[in-house]
Design a protein around this ligand. Structure first.
Ligand SMILES: Nc1ncnc2c1ncn2[C@@H]1O[C@H](COP(=O)(O)OP(=O)(O)OP(=O)(O)O)[C@@H](O)[C@H]1O
Ligand SMILES: [Zn+2]
Length: 465
């Protein structure tokens, strides 16, 4: 079965056909790093990680790129307010982003390009647009000539005439037409800046993604994604820049996630109604936050509240305790007679799960299937003799689905002091054997479980982190 994707560009679900067989080139617009991410910002990170994992499960080799906007007006403003340098501020929140998204089970992108590392390519891109007559300089700024790009508005389904109605040139803007947008901004006195053919300045926001996509993935990619608010103007402008330059489609599938809302309003920094991931994961387990998001289809708006997170926690706990019970029962079970029926049932559920996920990554229905499986597993355990093979198959399918969705489906087991001591001995032995890979793995595995090893002249000490 093929995956179908709702494509914002065509406003319908389409069967997914990658450019190259079995390979997917995917780009997700990343954060502007001047603050910790809020739950709303976490949604694209989580849902497109789920998309990536599912495509991976379907056998595609996915090249996944997500950028960091590490210089722009908002960062400069925040740095000025805090009396910090822009690079230091950006670095701090890039690290925080990695930490928060890791807690949410988001895999690292294959590449996280930054604006400040892509400057040369951005400048070249703008120069080429100028050469082709799509851009013009105005007193040190450079603008994109929107009306020169015929299909402007195609992604957000708006005509040039409609767009023109609500637009005007703001005071201080040097553009010739209200619809033109900035590619390069002249630096103000004392601001961080880069040399360019137009003098010292920095890139506008939209151009970075066009330059990065072209540099790392090529003229046309398979999937370009981001939050719903990015469709216009950000993605519309990316399309204008890239397609004006290359004459080819920038991306074949455009995906947009719905909003996280609070009291029916979009969670956003400007409205001040946001909850930071950094804070919420101190009160609620991070895996519950991920589960909460994936319980909805990625395009459906979600209202956020602590009560809803609590209820997500009880649901996730139900899955975890079922896995735990299955594992218990497994220890004392043997093969039994009525295996075929159960195995067939498990297989049917797996097929249904795949069918739901194939349908535009419907993790909401996918999780509903997971609960059907949990219900069946509990029914199976009520039988007097449940078969070892069947119990293992239930554990297998729940874990498999857990992996695809990036969910923890096992209860956290507290590692015992004796187990730690035994692993430390094993590590000492590994080092004696010069098997440093194993020694490092033991240290890293323990670290994952919050155990920090410290090598001292008196031997290895450990503490719970
Ligand atoms: N409430 C929300 N629900 C879902 N996605 C969101 C929400 N708010 C922002 N996003 C997405 O988060 C990603 C990161 O964007 P960015 O760092 O530019 O945030 P932002 O738009 O500045 O946030 P804010 O709207 O709070 O100012 C984008 O893909 C954006 O669409
Ligand atoms: Zn972008």
């Amino acid at each position: 079965m093929t995956v179908s994707i709702y494509n914002t560009l065509t406003r319908k679900k389409e069967p997914f056909k990658p450019l190259e067989e079995n390979k997917v080139k995917m780009y997700v617009c990343g954060p502007t790093v001047y603050n910790y991410i809020h739950i709303g910002n976490a949604r694209p990170a989580i849902v497109f990680d789920m998309v990536r994992r599912y495509l991976d499960y379907k056998g595609y080799e996915v090249m996944y790129i997500s950028n960091f906007t590490d210089v722009d007006d908002k960062i400069i403003k925040a740095a000025n307010q805090l009396g910090e340098e822009v690079p230091a501020l950006a670095e701090k929140f890039i690290e925080a982003y990695h930490e928060d998204t890791k807690a949410l089970g988001v895999k690292e992108a294959d590449l996280h390009p930054r604006v400040t590392d892509t400057m040369e390519d951005i400048i070249t891109f703008i120069t080429l647009l100028e050469d082709k007559g799509y851009a013009y300089e105005a007193e040190g700024d450079v603008y994109f000539k929107t009306k020169a790009f015929d299909s402007y508005g195609k992604l957000s389904d708006q005509s040039i005439e409609d767009l023109q109605l609500g637009s005007r040139i703001e005071v201080g803007e040097k553009k010739k037409d209200p619809l033109d947008f900035v590619l390069w901004k002249k630096a103000k006195e004392g601001e961080i800046s880069w040399d360019s053919p137009w003098g010292k300045g920095r890139p506008g926001w939209h151009i970075e993604c066009s330059a990065m996509v072209k540099k790392y993935l090529g003229d046309t990619i398979d999937i370009h994604a981001g939050g719903q608010d990015l469709a216009f103007p950000h993605h519309e402008n990316e399309i204008a820049q890239s397609e004006a330059l290359t004459g080819k489609a920038m991306a074949n599938y455009w995906m947009h996630n719905g909003y996280i809302k609070v009291d029916n309003e979009k969670m956003s920094k400007s409205l001040g109604n946001f909850v930071l991931v950094h804070d919420i994961i101190k009160e609620h387990p991070a895996d519950v936050v991920r589960f909460f998001m994936l319980q909805a289809h990625y395009r459906t708006p979600i209202n956020f509240s602590s009560e809803l997170l609590e209820s997500a926690k009880s649901s996730l706990d139900r899955i975890k305790s079922t896995v735990s019970n299955l594992e218990h029962r497994l220890e004392e079970s043997a093969d039994a007679g009525d295996e075929e029926e159960w195995l067939k049932l498990i297989d049917q559920h797996k097929k249904t799960f795949i069918k739901e996920m194939d349908d535009d990554f419907n993790s909401a229905n996918g999780i509903a299937v997971l609960f059907d499986i949990v219900k069946e597993a509990n029914r199976c355990m009520q039988a007097e003799h449940s078969s070892k093979k069947v119990l293992s198959a239930f554990i297998g399918i729940i874990k498999e689905i857990g992996d695809i969705l990036g969910l923890t489906v096992e209860e956290e087991k507290e590692i015992l002091d004796e187990e730690i001591e035994a692993l430390i001995q094993k590590r000492i032995q590994a080092r004696k054997n010069r098997d440093f890979t194993l020694a490092d793995k033991i240290r890293d595995d323990l670290k994952e479980q919050g155990i920090i090893l410290e090598d001292t002249p008196q031997g290895t000490r450990w503490k719970r982190g």
